[in-house]
Design a protein around this ligand. Structure first.
Ligand SMILES: NC(=O)C1=CN([C@@H]2O[C@H](COP(=O)(O)OP(=O)(O)OC[C@H]3O[C@@H](n4cnc5c(N)ncnc54)[C@H](O)[C@@H]3O)[C@@H](O)[C@H]2O)C=CC1
Ligand SMILES: O=C(O)CCC(=O)C(=O)O
Length: 525
């Protein structure tokens, strides 16, 4: 039974779903990195929010880990390249808390417009400060969105409902989408110059880090109010403090900070500064959504191999999975076959799908070929890290699709470029289910690729089959299946036979000694 650790506070529904889906679950929150390292080796899955930092160091200790599920959106607390290299799928729940976070941004916008936190504090302190809090209306004001993805577009929708004008800077926002959202796409400098309120909704990346730098903050309109419910690090906090103190910026509300938890901060106590402790996603609704989703997604992967919302692997829906899984088995075996038969590093692998195979999502098929090919040299390769490792090794991966059927209704061909030229193997599915080799280096040969196999290339001559049967019989080796193919009568022939036990070096030596044998190899699938 797979076992999952929930290491951050999460709705109890997550644990319930895991158990219902046949996944054992422990909920242990608040561990230090050292404590987490000591226990992570036991688990197949790790479910987190933003507190747990999944570093390279933690991943190195996570010897059984297959999947990390982030109950939320931002995955900047997970070292994704290290997870990919370790073959661990990283998933998030990209929509479950979007509305809640957008609503928090709007709430903070009003908190700034009407100075609600300070007015509340002073009223409850008994000063009745009726004349101390002259606010501003949001109606008719311009809201500048930096990032118009899921959350940004919900914020835009709500702001339009409040009769604001919305301008957005997002290099990936298409003109059509901007029209659909009813917002104006602008350059960053235009946004800075025009916005009365600015709200940030981008991930923290090398491009967005410090997007509101001291220089950019200085370009804002005097009296601007700034809201950040996305990530600390998008705004230069020191410059923000200076411009709040000088009065250039009329207000700022941060839900997120460069260093979290932010228990002390130079901004704390600054007039017109509002802070919340990373509460953007903290509503019952959002936490139920993300907990349910993350548990379902992780259980799908651990129990049946379905992949949803993975950041480092192609998705495979529950509907697609049964159709594509036999192809992945075929692709992995073809990759493994060509890997076992190629002795040198290859600069290029091409994966050609034909007929029914060409109608499928090619990504899982390609990943499976690469996993089969690379696993010949490393036990730790899987579908997640194979594309990453292939890239690291400088292997060019090509994908070709031909929808028209050839001799077979469905076919996958894997070709590698070697010093001797292009070599390829091809296979099909019998009954849309059973993977079968149909061609090996240009020779037609039908074979199951399973278990321990012996691969022999010999000169096609009478008596050879009898001699090989006798050799295996005398060695006490039982033949399971026997498959033959040849280029032309009397030419080069290929023999692939499956045997019940591992092929020993002694048996290989005996077969190699038979007349007419050119190559002998043990294969394992
Ligand atoms: N405070 C909180 O509790 C929460 C914070 N978040 C944060 O909100 C962020 C946004 O979430 P979503 O809208 O769901 O993500 P999303 O991926 O749907 O949207 C992000 C948008 O940022 C844009 N973008 C990327 N690089 C940019 C750049 N250099 N300049 C301008 N725009 C750029 C993208 O094109 C995209 O449209 C997340 O990455 C996460 O860090 C999310 C949920 C809760
Ligand atoms: O889990 C949380 O409370 C934080 C949510 C968040 O920051 C995210 O989903 O990116």
């Amino acid at each position: 039974m797979p076992k999952v650790l929930i290491s951050d506070k999460m709705s109890p529904l997550a644990a319930k779903i895991f158990r219902e889906r046949g996944v054992e679950v422990d909920e242990i929150t608040g561990k230090t990195p050292e404590e987490l390292k000591a226990i992570i080796g036991e688990y197949d899955g790790l479910a987190i929010r933003s507190s747990t930092k999944v570093t390279k160091d933690i991943l190195a200790a996570a010897t059984n880990l297959k999947v990390i599920g982030r109950a939320g959106i931002g995955v900047d607390n997970v070292d994704i390249p290290a997870a990919s290299a370790a073959g661990v799928v990283v998933m998030n729940t990209p929509f479950g808390n979007s509305i809640t976070t957008a609503e928090h941004a709007i709430a903070l916008m009003f908190a700034l417009a009407r100075q609600l936190p300070e007015a509340n504090a002073q009223t409850q302190a008994g000063t009745w400060p009726k004349n101390g809090f002259m606010g501003v209306e949001v109606t008719g004001k311009t809201l500048g969105l930096i990032g118009a993805g899921n959350i940004g577009s919900i914020v835009a929708d709500r702001a339009l409902g409040l009769k604001m004008k919305v301008v957005a800077f997002d290099p990936f926002l298409s003109a059509d989408r901007a029209v659909e959202l009813g917002i104006e796409k602008v350059e960053l400098d235009q946004l800075l110059a025009r916005a009365d309120f600015i709200t940030l909704h981008t991930p923290l990346t090398d491009q967005t880090r410090n997007i509101l730098s001291a220089e950019n903050l200085a370009k804002t309109k005097k009296g601007v109010r700034i809201i950040n419910c996305a990530r600390g690090g998008l705004i230069d906090e020191a410059a923000l403090k200076e411009l709040l103190d000088s009065g250039h910026i009329a207000g700022a509300a941060l839900d997120v900070f460069v260093t979290e938890p932010a228990k002390e901060h130079p901004l704390f106590g600054t007039p017109n500064f509002v802070a919340t402790p990373h509460l953007g996603a903290s509503t019952n609704e959002a936490q139920v959504n993300v907990a349910l989703q993350v548990a379902e997604q992780m259980a799908d992967y651990l129990v049946s191999g379905g992949v949803t919302n993975a950041l480092n692997m192609p998705s495979l829906s529950a509907e697609e999975a049964p159709r594509i899984r036999p192809y992945m088995a075929l692709a992995e075996r073809l990759g493994s076959l060509i890997g076992q038969l190629s002795h040198d590093a290859v600069p290029r692998i091409s994966i050609h799908t034909e007929g029914a195979a060409a109608e499928l999502n090619p990504k899982p098929i390609v990943s499976a070929v690469l996993a089969g090919y690379l696993r010949v040299h490393s036990d730790t390769v899987n579908m997640v890290n194979a594309p990453f490792l292939a890239k690291e090794r400088g292997i060019e991966v090509r994908e070709v699709r031909t929808e028209r059927e050839g001799d077979y209704h469905t076919l996958v061909r894997v070709s590698v470029k070697t010093e001797a030229g292009e070599r390829s193997v091809a296979g099909t599915l019998f009954g849309n289910e059973a993977p079968r080799l149909i061609e090996l280096f240009g020779i037609k040969v039908e074979a199951d690729l399973a278990g321990h196999m012996l691969y022999v290339v010999n000169e096609d001559a009478p008596g050879f089959i009898g001699r090989i049967g006798t050799t295996l019989g005398e060695a006490g080796v039982n033949i399971g299946t026997f498959h033959l193919g040849r280029r032309a009568a009397g030419g080069e022939a290929v023999l692939l036979l499956s045997v019940d036990e591992p092929v020993t070096p002694d048996l290989i030596a005996k077969v190699r000694a038979l007349p007419g044998v050119k190559t002998v190899m043990a294969l394992k699938f």
